[in-house]
Design a protein around this ligand. Structure first.
Ligand SMILES: NC(=O)C1=CN([C@@H]2O[C@H](COP(=O)(O)OP(=O)(O)OC[C@H]3O[C@@H](n4cnc5c(N)ncnc54)[C@H](OP(=O)(O)O)[C@@H]3O)[C@@H](O)[C@H]2O)[C@@H](O)CC1
Ligand SMILES: [K+]
Length: 500
């Protein structure tokens, strides 16, 4: 699990590393520059002309190290130093002095110099204007430089952080729009929020050897999940296991015309390792579920077309409710009865979430540790609108606390919040998974894991990561455009295999 720290914590981490490794700050900067260049040389052809735009702080210092190193690798490099009111940092000055080919270094200290600076023949632009030291809104000359960079057609790469982006709070003003951000040592909170994708682009962490112990002891509520975290949670199967001890689940899903949701959730639940599944469906839909998910038993509702009669949950390890059930009054009443009789955590998705939003008194009936899996639209119904994605995250944390349960807010970097305020961001998955039925598959998977005895938070973490990993394997064969929800189910077996 990678910790996500604030800008202030990262400054303390840098300082601690310098003191304790020990390493001089200029050598640490060299290491950061080397890490960047080692990635760069593997991804950018040497025939490309590279423009590097530097501020005069340490992010700019990184830019100068990168320039010097790229020159040794025979890239054609041009450097622009943007001068504002601020003084040069010591390590910036040291690295400026280390550049032998001074004629490649241009200065921009006013609008006139900016307008005569031509970035257009650069195939790649590297942004080293500001990093984690950004302390205020970018205005004036610096803002004009960022706008000019954004206006070019070059492939844009940000060093550590796109200039103008605050890493731990909402940003205001003009921000560099990177195609790719290579960030040092740890992921940054802002990178995980959808509103910042336009600035951060795709991103990757490169390690620069910052102090591990300091990171371990740093206090944070934000984490990025890694494959090894999920590996560590996975339960092994035992030789003498039988279907009875691999979990019994009840899935309440589907209605007339929306049986796909039930089938996808049921099939995903079985592929995720469930022992026994009962799917509760409207009577007219019995044949459909029996034909399409033969591994599942069926429980038949009193109504032909939608959920109205609450099945017994006795002897059931986990219940999943919501995909495709609709919003009829009788469905609301049956759902209410389910909530009243449930003592164990439920997995609540889709229409069942909308029912909770439409009838907030139902929230009080949710068993503790229940798992809600809203997409952003459903989450908005639950908590109202948000000012920005940091606000959305706060709302998610507060809502988890309020219901004493786990909220899985779906999207790129799905966020999982627990009532103690911790947030786990997912690192698997791809845009191809934004397709009808993908959420139903996730519900089936989480319900399955819950029934198999995973603690609710672990079931959410494993379910979300495994779902994304299966999607990542599927996309290699199917492509982003053609990937459909059933493909995710088909790739659960190899995804499990990878994680074991
Ligand atoms: N420390 C280390 O060991 C390592 C650090 N590393 C690198 O250092 C980066 C952090 O460096 P940093 O702290 O120097 O901050 P940075 O982002 O360059 O900006 C500060 C400068 O910008 C100025 N400024 C700020 N906001 C402004 C605004 N809106 N408009 C105008 N000016 C503004 C500010 O001026 P001041 O506020 O002081 O007036 C100051 O001059 C980090 O992201 C990573 O790349 C790596 O090398 C690894 C080792
Ligand atoms: K930058």
């Amino acid at each position: 699990m990678l910790k996500i720290l604030t800008a202030e914590q990262i400054r303390a981490l840098d300082a601690h590393t310098i003191m304790n490794e020990p390493i001089t700050s200029v050598d640490l900067m060299e290491r950061a520059g080397q890490a960047f260049v080692s990635w760069f040389c593997r991804h950018v052809d040497v025939v490309q002309t590279v423009g590097i735009i530097c501020g005069t702080g340490n992010n700019g210092g990184d830019g100068l190290v990168i320039a010097r190193l790229l020159l040794t690798y025979n890239y054609k490099v041009k450097v622009w130093i943007v001068r504002g009111e601020s003084k040069e940092s010591t390590d910036f000055t040291a690295n400026l002095n280390r550049i032998a080919t001074k004629h490649l270094v241009n200065e921009i200290s006013n609008e006139q110099e900016l307008s005569s600076s031509d970035f257009t023949d650069c195939h790649v632009l590297i942004d080293a204007l500001f990093g984690t030291g950004l302390s205020r809104k970018v205005v004036g000359l610096q803002e004009a430089v960022i706008k000019k960079m954004n206006d070019t057609t070059a492939y844009k790469i940000a060093v550590d952080v796109p200039s103008g982006l605050q890493i731990d709070k909402p940003s205001i003003g003009t921000i560099f729009k990177a195609d790719f951000t290579l960030t040092f040592q740890l992921p940054k909170l802002a990178f995980l929020l959808p509103e910042n994708f336009q600035y951060v682009g795709n991103w990757q962490v490169v390690r620069i050897g910052l102090d591990k112990k300091f990171i371990e002891t740093s206090d944070t509520k934000h984490f990025l999940l890694e494959k090894k975290d999920v590996k560590a949670i996975l339960k092994p199967r035992n030789k003498f296991d039988h279907k009875g001890n691999n979990g019994k689940a009840l899935l309440i899903a589907g209605s007339y015309g929306k049986m796909g949701a039930a089938i996808l959730a049921a099939r995903a639940a079985m592929r995720t390792g469930l022992g026994l599944l009962t799917t509760h469906v409207p009577s007219a839909c019995l044949t459909i579920i029996q034909n399409s998910a033969p591994e599942s038993m069926a429980s038949v509702d009193g109504h032909e077309h939608y959920f109205t009669t609450t099945p017994s949950c006795e002897d059931i390890d986990a219940v999943g409710v919501g995909p495709g059930i609709g919003l009829h009054n009788e469905t609301k009443r049956a759902f209410e009865k389910l909530l009243q009789q449930s003592k164990k955590p439920l997995v609540v998705d889709a229409d069942a979430i909308t029912l909770l939003a439409n009838h907030p008194s139902l929230l009080l009936l949710l068993p503790p540790q229940s798992i809600l899996t809203p997409h952003p639209g459903e989450f908005r119904r639950l908590v109202g609108d948000w000012a920005n994605d940091f606000d959305r995250l706060e709302k998610q944390k507060n809502f988890s606390k309020q219901i004493g349960g786990i909220v899985v807010l779906k999207g790129a970097h799905t966020s999982i919040t627990s009532p103690n305020g911790k947030v786990y961001f997912n690192s698997s998955g791809n845009p191809g998974m934004a397709t009808a039925g993908s959420g139903d598959v996730l519900t089936g998977m989480i319900m399955s894991l819950l029934a198999q005895g995973y603690k609710p938070l672990d079931a959410a973490i494993v379910g979300v990561f495994l779902h994304g990993w299966a999607g990542d394997l599927a996309v290699r064969k199917m492509g982003e455009i053609s990937l459909i929800a059933s493909d995710i189910i088909d790739f659960i077996p190899p995804a499990y295999h990878d994680l074991r």
